[in-house]
Design a protein around this ligand. Structure first.
Ligand SMILES: [Zn+2]
Length: 94
């Protein structure tokens, strides 16, 4: 365990693009511990991605509803991914 490190805060070990790429893994609890720590850190310093995470969770909830209806075997379909990126773009331009 390490404490907060101001140098790490300044550098930002994870950028917004990387955040978007791994956000679903984070929600599914598939991230290695180190990557999860980077992700949590990014949430602390980036309001935009914090909002984005909320949107992704909502979108995945909708996607799961579709799966339960038997629409698709994947938890996250290609169209759902595209919707996520579109939501991200909107959140950044708001
Ligand atoms: Zn960010």
């Amino acid at each position: 365990m390490t404490g907060p490190d101001p140098d790490v805060v300044d550098r930002g070990s994870l950028n917004c693009r990387e955040f978007v790429e791994i956000v679903t893994d984070y929600i599914e609890d598939d991230l290695p511990r180190a990557a999860r720590a980077d992700f949590d850190h990014h949430l602390d310093v980036c309001v935009g991605c914090t909002n984005y995470l909320d949107q992704v969770r909502a979108t995945i909830a909708l996607s799961r509803t579709a799966v339960l209806r038997g629409t698709d075997g994947d938890a996250l379909t290609q169209s759902a991914r595209e919707a996520l990126f579109e939501a991200f773009r909107r959140s950044r331009n708001a």
